[in-house]
Write a protein that binds this ligand. Structure first.
Ligand code: PLP
Length: 514
C-alpha cells in the first residue's frame, strides 16, 4: 500500500512553528472550508465507485501510520492530510452512505444534516443549562415539539402538553436515562433497599442496549425478563406473555418496574403492540418506554401511525433522527410525559459556577438535568435547519421513497419461487431467505445454505452489502433500504446479485432442479 503523499509513513521534517498560531483565522477557515466541502462533495459523487466494504485485514492501516504525532506542524498539512484521507483511509472504510449499503439501518445523511453539523462545530457552544446558551435551550424546546408533532406523537409527550423532549446522542442514552428515572421513582415509593427486587421486561428481540442499561442502572442480571416471541406473532411481544411474567414475579415477591417496548426491532422490525401492552403494564405500575430508534422516522408519514396505536399511554418514547430522518450522526430524540421524573433522577444541585441570576425564579430547562452528561452538543441547530430545509412533506417523500424501493425488492423476492419473505415488511427492511428446507432436509441445513448465500452476496465486488437476522431459529438475510443515495437501479442490481449467487450456490450444491 502506498502512503498517499507519504507523510503518514514518516515524521515530517522539523519546522519552526510561528510564534503565535492563529487558530481561528477567518480567511484560513474560508480557504480550508472550501477545500473540505469540495472534498466531501467529491466523496459523495464517487460513492458508487467504492466497494461498500473494504478488502482489508486487521492492522492494515496501523502498519502504515507513524507511531507518534508530528512534533511540529506539517508544512502542507491540509493538502497532504486530505490526500491521505482520500488515498489511504477512505479505501479502508465501510461506506455507510453507499447506495448499495443494505446491511444495517441507515446512518442517513443530507446536505442540511452535514452542514448543520458544520455549523454546530463552528459555533461550538455547550448548552448544559439555559444560562449557558439561552437560545440553544429554547430552540431545543421548540424544535423537539416540532418534531414530536411531525411524528404525530401525543401532546402529553410534548412541552405543549406538559411533557417535553430533549436531544441526546443515542438510543442507548435515552433508554438508560428513562430507566434510571423509573427506578428512582419506584424506589422512592417502595424504599431504596428494594433495588435488588426490581424486575424489568422486554422481548427476546429487544435491542441489547436495554440489557446494558439495566446492568448500569443496578438491576440484578437475573431480573431482566426477555419474553420469548415467535414467528407466528411476527416476533412481537405478547401482552398475555407479559402479564404472566409479571404475575410470576409478583408471586415471587419481586417488584415489576419497567417495560421496554420496541416499534421496529433491530432484527426484523417487529412492532410490539403498545395498545395491548400498556394496560397490562399499568396493572403493576410499570414505566413503559417505546424504543423506536429506527422506525420512529416513519411516523412522519400518517400512514404509519397505526404502528404506535395506543402511544398516548406510554411514559416515554425515543427515536434516532440520525438513523432514517436525514439528521446525520448523532441525534436521538427522547420525549417523556413527566420530565420531573428525569430531573429527579439525573438533576444535580446547581454548582455555584453554573448559577445565573437571569434564570433565577424562571421556569427554565437546564438540559444537563435530563441526561447523564454535563457537556452537551448544540444538536438542535442541525435538526432545526433540516426541518426548515426539507419540511415535513420533504421528509415524508424521503421515507416513502425507501419504503417503495423496499416493497419493490420484496416483490422481486416473492416472484422467485426459490425464495420466501420470512417476516412482514413493516417499513423498509425485507427479511428473506432461500426456501429449501424440504429439499435440504431441515431448518439447520437451510440456515447453513442462507448463511453461505449471504457470504457470497457480500463477496461480490461492487455488489450490495446485506446482513442477517436469526430469530426463532430461522436464519434470514436482511435488506435494509435506507441510504440517501439509493435509487431503484441499486435495488434491482442488488436483487440480481442475490439471484445469481443463489443460482450458483444451488448449482454447486447440486440441488438445483433442472
Ligand atoms: N434500539 C433499536 C431498535 C436499534 O435498532 C438500535 C440500533 O440499531 C438501538 C436501539 C441502539 O441505537 P443507538 O446506537 O442510537 O444507541
Amino acid at each position: 500500500m502506498t502512503a498517499g503523499s507519504g507523510t503518514l509513513n514518516q515524521n515530517p521534517p522539523a519546522v519552526t512553528p510561528p510564534p503565535c498560531m492563529n487558530l481561528l483565522d477567518a480567511d484560513e477557515f474560508r480557504l480550508r472550508g472550501q477545500q473540505v466541502i469540495n472534498f466531501i462533495a467529491d466523496y459523495w459523487c464517487r460513492m458508487g465507485d467504492y466497494p461498500v466494504r473494504p478488502n482489508v485485514t486487521p492492522g492494515f492501516l496501523r502498519d502504515e501510520l507513524p507511531t507518534n504525532a508530528p512534533p511540529m506542524p506539517e508544512p502542507d498539512a491540509w493538502d497532504s492530510a486530505l490526500q491521505d484521507l482520500r488515498d489511504l483511509i477512505l479505501p479502508g472504510m465501510t461506506h455507510w452512505q453507499s447506495p448499495r449499503h443494505f446491511a444495517h439501518f441507515p446512518a442517513s445523511s443530507s446536505t442540511a444534516g452535514a452542514l448543520g453539523e458544520a455549523l454546530i462545530a463552528g459555533i461550538n457552544v455547550v448548552p448544559f443549562t439555559w444560562a449557558a446558551s439561552p437560545a440553544a435551550a429554547e430552540l431545543e424546546m421548540v424544535v423537539v415539539d416540532w418534531l414530536g408533532k411531525a411524528l404525530h406523537l401525543p401532546e402529553s409527550l410534548l412541552f405543549a402538553g406538559g411533557g417535553g423532549g430533549t436531544l441526546l446522542g443515542t438510543s442507548c442514552e435515552a433508554i438508560l436515562c428513562t430507566l434510571v428515572a423509573a427506578r428512582d421513582r419506584k424506589l422512592a415509593e417502595v424504599g431504596w433497599r428494594s433495588i435488588g427486587d426490581l424486575v424489568v421486561y422486554c422481548s427476546d428481540q429487544t435491542h441489547f442496549s436495554f440489557r446494558k442499561a439495566a446492568r448500569i442502572a443496578g438491576i440484578q442480571r437475573g431480573h431482566v425478563r426477555e419474553i420469548p416471541t415467535s414467528l407466528e406473532d411476527m416476533f412481537a411481544l405478547s401482552p398475555a406473555a407479559l402479564k404472566a411474567a409479571m404475575q410470576a414475579d409478583v408471586d415471587a415477591g419481586l417488584i415489576p418496574l419497567f417495560l421496554c417496548a420496541t416499534v421496529g426491532t433491530t432484527q426484523t422490525t417487529a412492532v410490539d403492540p403498545i395498545r395491548g401492552l400498556c394496560p397490562v403494564a399499568a396493572t403493576h405500575g410499570l414505566w413503559v418506554h417505546v424504543d423506536a430508534a429506527y422506525a420512529g422516522s416513519a411516523l412522519v408519514c400518517p400512514e404509519f401511525s397505526h404502528v404506535v396505536d395506543g402511544v398516548e399511554a406510554v411514559d416515554s418514547f425515543s427515536m434516532n433522527a440520525h438513523k432514517w430522518l436525514l439528521a446525520n450522526n448523532d441525534c436521538c430524540a427522547l420525549w417523556v410525559k413527566k420530565p420531573a421524573a428525569l430531573v429527579a433522577a439525573l438533576g444535580t444541585e446547581q454548582e455555584y459556577i453554573l448559577k445565573d441570576a437571569g434564570a433565577e425564579g424562571h421556569d427554565v430547562v437546564d438540559y444537563k438535568d435530563w441526561t447523564m452528561t454535563l457537556t452537551r452538543r448544540f444538536r438542535v441547530l442541525k435538526l432545526w435547519l433540516m426541518l426548515r430545509c426539507y419540511g415535513v412533506e420533504g421528509l415524508r417523500g424521503h421515507i416513502r421513497s425507501h419504503v417503495r424501493m423496499a416493497a419493490m425488492f420484496e416483490e422481486l423476492v416473492r416472484d422467485d419461487a426459490r425464495f420466501e419473505v420470512v417476516t412482514d415488511r413493516h417499513f423498509a427492511l425485507v427479511c428473506f431467505r432461500l426456501l429449501s428446507t424440504d429439499r435440504l432436509g431441515g431448518e439447520k441445513k437451510a440456515n447453513e445454505l442462507n448463511r453461505r448465500l449471504l457470504e457470497e452476496v457480500n463477496a461480490a465486488t461492487l455488489g450490495p452489502y446485506m446482513s442477517a437476522a436469526n430469530a426463532g431459529g430461522i436464519y434470514m438475510l436482511r435488506c435494509a433500504v435506507g441510504s440517501t443515495l439509493t435509487e431503484d437501479r441499486h435495488v434491482r442490481e442488488a436483487w440480481k446479485v442475490v439471484r445469481e449467487q443463489a443460482t450458483s450456490l444451488l448449482r454447486k450444491m447440486q440441488i438445483l432442479r433442472v
